[in-house]
Design a protein around this ligand. Structure first.
Ligand code: CTP
Ligand code: CA
Length: 234
């Protein structure tokens, strides 16, 4: 599962990849989070670096060591991830938002450890985190990111009686204004904490491309092939 004999087709490309899952603290010892391991973002960063790109991986609570050839910025909360993205986005040619960003955070942070009282527990009040991907699209429109920067989102979807996984993915890509969206089909043993994925690479100006069932490295290679073709076609 390691990239080998790769072309240097991404030589000089400035790439920012977010990976992992954010943690939203309640107090000094407790937080809300999700099951993202960071493996997919790590593979995307690893493959891009192996193919010659200048890679910065913004890693939210990712356990593994740095991918060879990439710079790593470690963060924890969605706010910290957003701040790191703002710092790194200025010269980016491609930004891949593979991180699972918490949609909500506790409305209040308690500096002191919350105590178990004799009373019934309180509900945890939540507030919305900003949407970092939407913020990137806005920043590009405002000229704070190169106009030709490719902005890629990720989504895990199940589909239901009304809409397929692809339809939900397309709707999300359009709503957020992303150029591309990697949509993983979940609920059949894929995505979270697994080594394999299945789904589609969606392109705002192109056809749906099925992801061949395979490793996260295989998906990373397919994603960079798609991005490379897309960028050289312009
Ligand atoms: N994302 C983000 N900031 C957030 C939430 C999500 O940048 N606060 C990004 C993710 O990194 C991902 C994409 O948006 O690339 C889609 O995330 P997803 O959770 O599927 O989208 P949501 O709009 O939060 O939709 P849902 O209600 O299905 O969670
Ligand atoms: Ca979400």
């Amino acid at each position: 599962e390691r990239p080998n004999a790769l072309p240097a087709d991404l030589d000089g490309l400035n790439v920012v990849v977010t990976a992992g899952g954010t943690r939203e603290s309640l107090d000094p010892v407790r937080f809300l989070t999700n099951r993202s391991s960071g493996k997919q973002g790590y593979a995307i960063a690893r493959v891009a670096a192996a193919r010659g790109a200048n890679v910065t991986m913004i890693a939210a609570n990712v356990d593994f060591p740095e991918p060879a050839g990439a710079q790593v910025v470690r963060v924890s909360s969605a706010d910290q991830l957003a701040e790191a993205v703002r710092r790194e986005m200025g010269a980016a040619d491609v930004i891949v938002m593979a991180a699972a960003v918490s949609d909500f955070r506790p409305a209040a942070y308690s500096e002191a450890k919350i105590k178990k009282s004799e009373l019934e527990p309180d509900a945890i009040e939540l507030t919305k985190n900003p949407d970092i991907l939407v913020g990137l699209v806005t920043s590009r429109a405002q000229g704070d990111i190169p106009a030709d920067c490719t902005i890629v989102g990720f989504a895990a979807e199940t589909g239901d009686k009304q809409h397929s996984v692809e339809e939900y993915g397309r709707a999300k890509m359009a709503r957020k204004g992303a150029d591309m969206m990697v949509v993983n089909s979940v609920g059949d043993g894929g995505a979270f904490e697994s080594d394999h994925n299945s789904g589609w690479i969606l392109d705002a100006v192109g056809a749906d491309e099925p992801i061949e069932h395979g490793s996260k490295y295989a998906l990373a290679a397919q994603l960079w092939d798609h991005i490379g073709t897309r960028r050289s076609a312009r």
